[in-house]
Design a protein around this ligand. Structure first.
Ligand SMILES: Cc1cc2nc3c(=O)[nH]c(=O)nc-3n(C[C@H](O)[C@H](O)[C@H](O)COP(=O)(O)O)c2cc1C
Length: 195
């Protein structure tokens, strides 16, 4: 499968970066073709400007948005890797969605209601969090971590096979725990094989 990894972390020494490397290696080991979109490295501008919106409303896709949509269209599988920031996606990633998932490209509303237009065969979100699993479970907050991404974005746009994995308490995690996470991530390339 052609798989696009969209990665949103500013620090090359972060645990998220280690996850990115393992995911990329795991996919390649299974024979998948991988492209990485490193939003910070690309210095992606996440702000949807008035001029962008104006063009979109007139049915013209600005060049900066068309370029991102082409990357998305290249892929059959999608992986998103990012830390949880204020119960959400880092602004650079949120802004990527604001810009890329335009009406008429990613979804449309017609007489029969909403239709998602993305044809990707599989999508996976790998999310790290500072809080403990216990905290999120006790506060019934777990769905807040992933549903804006899985339901509110990817399924909304028509992708049927959407999965996520949350890795908690990254700051408090032992070296062994980190190794275990990275070993698990390395196997996830298999999830993109034909079922
Ligand atoms: C701006 C910011 C906001 C954060 N918000 C949350 C949050 O809402 N919930 C949480 O559990 N952790 C939060 N964290 C902690 C990060 O999720 C955590 O440090 C990260 O997942 C660890 O991965 P890393 O070492 O690769 O950065 C936040 C961190 C930053 C810098």
């Amino acid at each position: 499968m052609r798989v696009l990894i969209v990665y949103a972390h500013p620090n090359k020494n972060s645990f998220n970066h280690a996850i990115l490397e393992k995911m990329q290696q795991g996919l390649q080991a299974e024979g998948h073709e991988v492209q990485v979109k490193d939003l910070y490295a690309e210095n992606f501008d996440p702000v949807l400007r008035a001029s962008d919106l104006e063009s979109l409303q007139l049915g013209n896709i600005p060049e900066n948005i068309a370029k991102e949509q082409a990357s998305l269209c290249w892929a059959e599988g999608l992986v998103f890797i990012y830390p949880l920031w204020w119960f959400g996606r880092p602004a650079i990633l949120k802004g990527w969605f604001d810009k890329v998932l335009t009406n008429g490209f990613a979804f449309k509303f017609g007489e029969e209601g909403l239709t998602g237009l993305l044809k990707h065969r599989r999508a996976l979100a790998l999310i790290t969090a500072g809080g403990t699993e216990d905290f999120f479970k006790k506060n019934k907050a777990e769905p807040l971590v992933y549903r804006p991404m899985t339901d509110g974005t990817l399924s909304f746009c028509g992708i049927e096979d959407v999965n996520h994995r949350i890795y908690y308490d990254i700051g408090g995690m032992s070296d062994r725990g980190r190794q275990d996470v990275l070993e698990e991530v390395a196997t996830m390339g298999k999830d993109f094989n034909e079922k």
